[in-house]
Design a protein around this ligand. Structure first.
Ligand SMILES: N[C@@H](CCC(=O)N[C@@H](CS)C(=O)NCC(=O)O)C(=O)O
Length: 203
């Protein structure tokens, strides 16, 4: 497998999943502005969508979309805590969280990062994002991880997007459960290893 990534971007989520799953994969950094990979390949030939993450699977096919990639990694590892068995009620809960993080939180940050989005639209995107973060904070009031007592690939994804709060001047301390969650996930050896590999954590 090979993961195409950009340091600290949403590709950190499948990178964490790989480490949590104990699966080895090659890593290739992508220059998102130039759409060129570190080895000099045209990234739009690898993923015509032009964004990270993309995962080259063992059969040579390229899988895109973070929520699909993390489920593929979890299923490959057979670790049923990372992703409950396909078809089980818990698997649908995982997909519910992955969909929520992708469309409501990840893309909420996306609008705030986009210099072409007008200020007025940014205000409403920010208000919406704050509501989504408050909802997630409440869900984590009674359990350490999104699915309950165990870390799943949804937690790696949530952690990845929460790291962006500081770039848009959202104080994570506003949501004590999210703050505690972030610290809990950051302390996991697999998460640290992924961040060290991306050069976004101190050794
Ligand atoms: N729908 C995609 C979105 C991925 C995405 O937003 N990637 C960002 C980084 S977090 C990116 O590569 N942006 C550069 C671009 O779109 O050109 C997914 O969930 O995987």
């Amino acid at each position: 497998m090979k993961l195409y990534y950009s340091p600290g971007a949403c590709s950190l989520s499948p990178h964490i999943a790989l480490h949590e799953a104990g699966l080895s994969a090659d890593l290739e950094k992508v220059d998102l502005a130039k759409k060129i990979t570190a080895s000099g390949h045209d990234y739009s030939q690898i993923n015509p969508k032009g964004y990270v993450p993309a995962l080259e699977m063992d059969d040579g096919g390229v899988l895109t979309e973070g929520p699909a990639i993390v489920q593929y990694i979890a299923d490959r590892s057979g670790n049923r805590e990372l992703a409950p068995p396909a078809g089980s009620p818990a698997r649908y809960r995982l997909q519910e969280w992955l969909g929520f993080i992708a469309s409501e939180i990840h893309k909420g940050f996306g609008s705030l990062f986009d210099s072409k989005v007008p200020d007025e639209a940014k205000v409403s995107a920010r208000d919406r994002l704050i509501k989504r973060l408050a909802f997630t904070d409440a869900a984590l009031a009674k359990q350490p991880y999104l699915l309950g007592s165990h870390f799943s690939v949804a937690d790696g994804y949530l952690y990845t997007v929460l790291r962006w709060c500081e770039y848009v001047k959202l104080d994570l301390a506003t949501w004590p459960n999210l703050l505690a969650f972030s610290a809990r996930v950051a302390a996991r050896p697999a998460v640290r290893a992924a961040m060290l590999a991306e050069g976004i954590a101190k050794a």
